[in-house]
Ligand binder design. Structure first.
Ligand code: PLP
Length: 636
């Protein structure tokens, strides 16, 4: 685990030293000399770094306002090339006598703009698609894949799903039906009988090796997918009895997701190979070994086997897989199968980022305090007197006293002995004390009590996004994403803040940040300036976040822009997708927006007949209602 710290010293000349961009940025994200965060095209050596604030301002001028999900086409292409070229290189290096034919699992990002590009960038590598459900198979079959690309069908399948998969072979698709259970085979046999067509079959085998990390439960005995050895034997026998064993071409074992430790990859791949060998000995003409997903993303950049990091590179992962399989097959004297992986996260995570603006800040300190007056309540005067003995040696005492007087005053207020104005004065005095204490406080980690006090006094930056819609894993599983202000990175951050979203939910906040020396409960930020937007970016959100997000408080999809970074330091807008309007999100919860307008109009008309409204009021009210219903769900 990264050490948890509440504050850290920051070097103003070295923004990277604060946010550790060098460490996790994969050389895709860099700081420009003018303090802007920039994006570098990974497909071009020495390509220019394009300023992200400039991109956002340009998009804003062309009507694509924040919050915006920015997809960078070359980052996606880089992801596709990386997995394919690393596997091909490993195959060459190891002398493996089989090929790599990876597939992209559609569930990781189903958006048309993403899948279309994955298919296009993957075509030279015969990269295919994995479908875990009927809708995903429908998506896969709407794409022209390279002739020898695979479509792998996982998940629970009914007759309709199986029928479509089998029939699609007539169009030249290499669609593989991966059996998840003996019962599924029964359905397959019925459909085969009905169609008189043969399927390409696979079996999903449950590995007993438990894999570490956040998704440990998708591996091992208690995994909800795949068959155990007994079920596997049942399926083999049934296939033999039905004279169909020759259709069994693929063995599938999903290793897990975001596997932190590369040793687990080797162990699991080794176990998968054992099943491959045994099934071949049973007479199945297996030629495809599918190792599923699991290749991780180093969100924190630490290169350690922890939940949000990984202790290996893509190159190492590929080499480990290829070596393990080559060794196992050679040992069993078997032909090297084609290797398939279903890496989703590692292929798409880096290609999207969420950009939002800060709407306002709630500060938990004050630059100045009111001068105590004779009429002030004596506790207010006592509170103010703390400033007189505040010093580095008496911080703890001052914190204790300030907390005591503030609590006493609050109790008196509740009972009616102190008025609102006295409370406001005491609050200001308290906050001013806190800012003085912040300045005098020792390095974090030295005095835990002071750390926890200061954690309570970080600013709240209210940001224009919904955690539930755009960063569901941050809420659900404490996923860490790199988060950085997009501008002023050549200025020392002078504030610490947590980020709160615009839902009315106290969970709608981010309070874990990746910094150079640990995970911090607050983010170093800059004081907001009047009339100057302050943008913050959340990186590596391309995997899982878009579809897992929900409509909490009815905040819908954000605007989406797909861009390409140009050689001259500019960018091209390849595609834009407007976020949901209020009318759209209302229809998701079964309101008809036209009915809403009609119902509102009836209420307005009633007020007119009651003579409570003028005709001009009516016009203004109807216009305001209509503008809202047609507008963006976020702060405009
Ligand atoms: C989710 C899933 C994947 C993708 O896993 P990543 O860790 O994102 O690469 C691959 N295969 C199957 C069967 C899955 O369920």
């Amino acid at each position: 685990m990264l050490q948890r710290k509440t504050r850290l010293s920051t070097d103003p000349t070295q923004p990277d030293a604060t946010y550790a961009i060098d460490r996790w940025g994969m050389d895709l994200i860099r700081v420009l000399p003018d303090g802007d965060l920039g994006l570098r095209n990974p497909l071009k050596t020495n390509g220019p770094v394009v300023s992200l604030p400039t991109i956002i301002k340009d998009l804003d001028q062309s009507g694509v306002h924040a919050p915006v999900l920015l997809r960078v086409s070359s980052f996606l292409e880089h992801g596709i090339r990386s997995i394919n070229e690393n596997f091909n290189a490993a195959i060459e290096r190891v002398g493996y006598r089989g090929e790599y034919r990876g597939v992209f699992p559609i569930k990781v990002n189903q958006q048309a703009q993403v899948i279309d590009r994955i298919v296009e960038f993957g075509r030279p590598y015969s990269f295919g698609l994995e479908a875990g459900s009927k809708p995903e198979l429908v998506i896969a079959l709407a794409h022209k894949l390279a002739p020898d690309s695979l479509i792998i069908c996982n998940g629970v399948k009914d007759a309709e799903f199986i029928r479509l998969a089998i029939l699609s072979r007539k169009l030249g698709f290499n669609t593989v039906i991966v059996l998840e259970s003996p019962r599924e085979l029964e359905t397959v046999l019925e459909v085969v009988e009905e169609l008189g067509e043969e399927p390409i079959l696979g079996v999903r085998v449950k590995l007993t090796n438990q894999i570490g990390g956040n998704w440990a439960e998708s591996s091992g005995d208690r995994s909800t997918f795949g068959m155990n050895t007994d079920q596997l034997v049942t399926v083999v026998d049934k296939l033999k009895a039905s004279n169909m064993l020759h259709c069994l071409k693929l063995q599938h074992s999903h290793l897990g997701s975001q596997i932190p430790d590369v040793q687990d990859v080797r162990r699991a791949a080794g176990e998968a190979c054992r099943y491959f060998v045994e099934l071949t000995r049973e007479g199945a003409p297996l030629s495809l070994l599918d190792l599923g997903g699991g290749l991780g993303v180093d969100y924190t950049g630490e290169k350690t086997a922890t939940e949000n990091s990984i202790n290996y590179s893509v190159e190492e992962y590929c080499t480990n897989v290829v070596e393990t399989v080559a060794y196992a097959m050679d040992e069993a004297g078997m032909t090297h199968p084609s290797l398939i992986t279903e890496s989703g996260r590692a292929v798409v995570a880096t290609s999207s980022m969420l950009i939002f603006d800060v709407l306002e800040a709630t500060l938990f300190d004050a630059q100045a305090a009111p001068v105590p007056e004779a009429e002030d309540h004596h506790l207010v005067q006592d509170l103010a007197a703390i400033a007189g003995y505040l010093g580095p040696d008496r911080l703890q005492e001052c914190l204790n006293d300030a907390t005591f007087y503030r609590n006493e005053l609050r109790a008196l207020f509740r009972r009616g002995y102190v008025d609102l104005r006295q409370m406001a004065r005491s609050e200001q005095i308290y906050l001013h004390l806190m800012s003085q204490i912040k300045r005098l406080a020792p390095e974090p980690g030295t005095v835990p009590v002071i750390d926890s006090h200061l954690e309570q006094s970080a600013d709240i930056y209210h940001c224009n996004f919904s955690l539930f819609q755009s960063l569901p894993d941050v809420w659900a599983i404490g996923q860490l994403h790199p988060i950085v202000p997009l501008q002023r990175l050549n200025e020392a951050p002078d504030r610490r803040a947590i980020l709160s979203d615009i839902t009315c939910d106290s969970d709608g906040k981010v309070d874990q940040f990746i910094l150079s020396d640990g995970v911090s409960a607050s983010l170093p930020v800059h004081s907001l300036k009047e009339d100057e937007p302050y943008y913050i970016g959340v990186f590596f959100v391309g995997a899982y976040q878009e579809t897992l997000g929900d409509l909490h408080n009815l905040f819908g999809d954000t605007n989406v822009a797909t861009i390409e970074l140009r050689e001259d330091g500019g960018f091209d807008l390849l595609h834009e997708q407007e976020g949901d309007t209020i009318a759209e999100v209302l229809s998701y919860v079964e309101y008809d927006p036209r009915d809403c307008i009609a119902a509102f109009r009836r209420i307005v008309d009633q007020a007119i007949s009651d003579k409570a409204l003028t005709a001009a009021d009516r016009k203004a009210l109807m216009a305001a209602y209509r503008d809202s219903i047609n507008g963006y769900t976020y702060y405009e």
